[in-house]
Write a new protein. Structure first.
Length: 234
């Protein structure tokens, strides 16, 4: 029989495992000896924090990140095809959502491997829940273009979709470019468009606030280098 691939959620903020992860996650991490991870160092630290009895040196860990090829992922899944259970651990949050783990799950299905997602914190869903925006119709767009002209065009397109379809638009940015993105949002969006900033989710200094673009002007929070999700809607 083939093994099972478990998608293992991790924390969004340090030292919050006890508050945000169900017991099932720690139990499953403790039972596995093979992991496909986005970052080996942070994955080892997470494994030890939730399953202290694990002997890290005895674990098999394969790194699967955004640069991994399909051939490399298939090679990493050979042990699962042969019957060994494995866990997928991303850098933060839920594997497979804006994450290289999606490609692992895709190939696992193709190979006939059972895929089991475990419950844990998703910054996208937490931001949507807290935003007060439409949760019946929404779209996540990942990172907006870096080049400013293209980014401005993308912002205008997303606003048009949000207003014409009453659909919440979610996107993220590399944390050290948060403030530049916010300045562009305030400069390009209509004054009545609502903007939600959700930063440091689940951390003690968590910020979730929704207001009109007009009201945000001159009152932007300092979220430089802080993980954040941005949402626009009406």
């Amino acid at each position: 029989m083939k093994g099972t691939l478990y998608l293992i959620p991790t924390v969004l903020a340090d030292d919050t495992a006890a508050q945000v992860l169900p017991a099932q996650v720690a139990t499953q991490v403790a039972a596995l000896s093979y992991f496909l991870v986005e970052n080996a160092r942070t994955a080892r630290r997470f494994i030890k924090s939730v399953a202290p009895a694990q002997v890290i040196e005895s674990l098999r860990i394969s790194v699967i990140d955004k640069d991994s090829t399909e051939a490399q992922i298939q090679e990493a899944l050979k042990a699962v095809v042969a019957g060994q259970d494995a866990g997928v651990i991303s850098e933060a949050g839920c594997p497979g959502v804006a994450d290289p783990g999606a490609e692992v799950a895709r190939l696992a299905h193709k190979l006939g491997i059972r895929v089991v997602p475990l419950v844990g914190p998703s910054s996208l869903l937490l931001a949507l829940m807290g935003s007060g925006m439409n949760g019946q119709s929404f779209a996540f767009h990942g990172y907006l273009p870096i080049e400013r002209t293209q980014r401005i065009a993308a912002i205008k397109t997303l606003e048009k979709q949000a207003l014409s379809q009453h659909q919440t638009q979610l996107f993220i940015e590399t944390p050290y470019r948060n403030m530049q993105l916010l300045e562009d949002l305030l400069a390009q969006l209509q004054p009545a468009t609502r903007l939600c900033i959700a930063a440091n989710l689940t951390a003690p200094d968590e910020l979730v606030r929704t207001d009109t673009v007009a009201n945000w002007k001159g009152k932007l929070p300092q979220i430089h280098k802080q993980p954040a999700v941005f949402l626009i809607g009406r």
